[in-house]
Unconditional design. Sequence first.
Length: 154
Amino acid sequence: MTNRDKILALLRAHIAQRPGMDPRNYGDAASYRSESRGITQDRHDAEMMLRQVEQSSITDAALWDAFRGSRLTIVQGPNGPQALDYCTGQYFPTEYRRAACAVLASALWTAARENAPVDAGFHEPHSNLRNLGDYLRAHFRRVFGARIARRYFN
């Protein structure tokens, strides 16, 4: 198993873990269900982005770089990536899948930026970087839809 496969397996396990919501933290059942729906939507977003990364040619080095500056970090073992560690900000159930989405979005953005079409003029020394950003945002809107693009690729 390559380091890339290990990292993707760790991300898949991180996304699939149960959120551990405690109904006693909510005033009523409606609030609990509302929060639960949002957490489930975060899971669907993360799984969709993970599938996109799995189907891409993103390298393990690019995945390592995507974790830089994130609350989600890779624990290095003697044989490569061993585990993921998440540093909770306020409330773990509502954050941990979004942290995975942020890492995946970073890897996807970098890969798309590096593979932007040369004929579009983005790689010229005096090109307008805003045009590259507009191109990438439109690309991710086509791939993931407006909601995910607005949330993670803006």
